[in-house]
Write a protein that binds this ligand. Structure first.
Ligand code: ADP
Ligand code: MG
Length: 481
């Protein structure tokens, strides 16, 4: 109960203030993951004695709220308004998209998924699925943010991604037939999400009736947990298994989630047996996803597994040119060369560099020259001292101990792996700003207590063993260099 909880009553019409207070009250009564999944992107349209109108982005979310969170909402709104006004859940892709805070590195405002704007060809009014029988032709999911810029036409193709691109186009031309599942892997920032979303748009351009469920693996996990908690598994299964195409981004997040893996296995089988297309992306190939059940590993390899690699110099140049042209500017060759030489492993960073550089130049009315680039992008040209990244730590440990990152992240506990892993955790704790949880995440999704334990073990050993201390300090100073 929130009665007398001390929330000040919002003044009439102060929608965002009222919504913040309702959110604060909800946070107290439901778990954080549930809040993040269901309420952070929702919004408040209006409130008064006739009803408190909450908006969410699609029918799926609306259904879920109606079946699972009406009590929590009633309590929260009563606490804020001091009255038991009726709760009404409405669907409004635009409003809830605005309600969603944008992370700083996210590109332009993402288009809420409903009807895709397909170059003005099919401009259908958004329709929403109802209950367990989604109307066809809709992309429905809970994290509904297809980015309108993620299209095949603005994906720069080079030797590093040509095959992945061709395969994605192939899947969009004959879903469920040519490559099923389609498993795309590669490190972060290389265009996996871009290709997955392009594939969705392209499928809808060909056949607007295709029922596509596009979501991040995290959302699948969160929905599954909520369904378990609420005893709603049947409903969950109907929703997930009743689609033509299932696209799950970042499937490696299934690592260490045994029950969700089990559930995903059955989802996979049902869809696969019905010749429905499954598309997955991951930061590593199936067999290197820590703790992924063998039967999932083997299924993920049934279709086409393809890697998207780091872009070569020419592709980086092409991407820089393309991105600046999209912003209405030509990047001089000398500047593009300079940037392409310094950023070699992440397309998101290339894009960020173009945005910063052109933004700075236009704001200050300056020409884009190599000198300006050196000034604006100085953090890229000079690596910041004393602030090594997790990547630096992993790179150092793997090269020093002749191990693979996947070994560090695996469950294996042989001393030859476990000890370097503990040293890595100690280095990360000492030299980066990451929390114990985050460090655990980088080492194969380990618990924060495991990291804490590792740090303590290494400290203990450093106290008792001079040679060991010297070698760990040697590693630390290499990182600080
Ligand atoms: P990932 O999902 O692999 O981490 P993203 O798909 O989010 O990477 O890509 C990061 C950014 O780089 C996005 O803004 C995307 O549009 C852009 N990008 C990646 N690859 C390309 C490419 N080949 N051509 C144009 N833009 C690209
Ligand atoms: Mg991605």
């Amino acid at each position: 109960m929130f009665v007398g909880s001390g929330f000040p009553t919002p003044t009439g019409g102060d929608l965002s203030g009222a919504w913040e207070q309702i959110q604060a009250a909800l946070r107290k009564s439901i778990r954080r993951e549930q809040f993040e999944t269901w309420f952070r992107r929702a919004g408040l349209r209006s409130f008064g004695p006739e009803g408190v109108h909450i908006v969410v982005q699609n029918g799926f979310a609306a259904d879920w709220l109606r079946s699972n969170y009406m009590n929590a909402l009633e309590q929260a709104t009563r606490a804020v308004f001091g009255q038991g006004w009726p709760i009404v859940i409405d669907i409004d892709p635009e409003l809830s998209a605005q309600a969603r805070p944008r992370s700083p590195d996210e590109p332009a405002a993402p288009m809420p998924v409903a009807a895709p704007a397909t170059n003005g060809v099919h401009q259908r009014a958004p329709r929403e699925p109802r209950g367990n029988a989604p109307e066809s032709g809709l992309l429905w999911s809970s994290d509904v943010a297809l980015n309108p810029h993620y299209r095949f036409d603005n994906f720069v193709v080079g030797p590093c991604n040509r095959f992945a691109y061709a395969a994605a186009v192939g899947v969009s031309e004959s879903p469920g037939k040519s490559y099923n599942p389609f498993f795309l892997h590669g490190s972060v920032g290389l265009g996996k999400t871009h290709l997955l979303q392009s594939l969705c748009y392209s499928l809808l351009e060909r056949d607007p009736q295709t029922r596509i469920l596009y979501l991040s693996c995290e959302t699948f996990i969160n929905h599954f947990i909520s369904a378990l908690e609420n005893g709603d598994l049947q409903k969950f299964r109907n929703k997930y298994r009743n689609v033509d195409v299932l696209v799950v981004d970042d499937i490696h997040l299934l690592a260490n989630k045994e029950r969700t893996q089990e559930e995903f296995f059955h989802t996979f089988n049902t869809l696969y047996n019905a010749s429905k297309q499954i598309v997955l992306s991951s930061d590593s190939p199936p067999k290197e996803i820590p703790t992924l059940q063998d039967r999932l590993v083997s299924r993920f390899k049934w279709g086409l597994v393809t890697e998207i690699e780091k872009p070569c110099y020419e592709t980086r140049m092409a991407i820089l040119k393309r991105k600046s042209r999209e912003r209405g500017k030509e990047l001089p060759d000398s500047v593009a060369q300079l940037v392409a030489e310094h950023i070699d492993s992440n397309i998101r960073e290339l894009e960020g560099a173009v945005n910063r550089l052109l933004g700075y130049a236009s704001l200050n009315n300056l020409d884009v020259t190599p000198d300006l680039a050196r000034h604006v992008l100085r953090d890229i040209f000079v690596s910041p001292k004393g602030q090594p990244s997790m990547d630096d730590v992993l790179r150092l440990i793997t090269s020093h101990f002749q191990l693979k990152v996947t070994e560090l992240q695996s469950r294996r506990r042989t001393k030859a792996i476990a000890h370097p892993r503990q040293i890595g955790m100690y280095l990360a704790r000492t030299i980066t700003r990451h929390s114990l949880e985050e460090i655990g995440g980088f080492f194969g999704g380990r618990d924060h207590t495991t990291v804490l334990y590792a740090v303590e073990q290494i400290e203990k050993q450093m106290k008792s063993d001079d040679r060991f201390r010297a070698s760990v300090q040697g590693l630390l100073s290499q990182l600080r260099r």
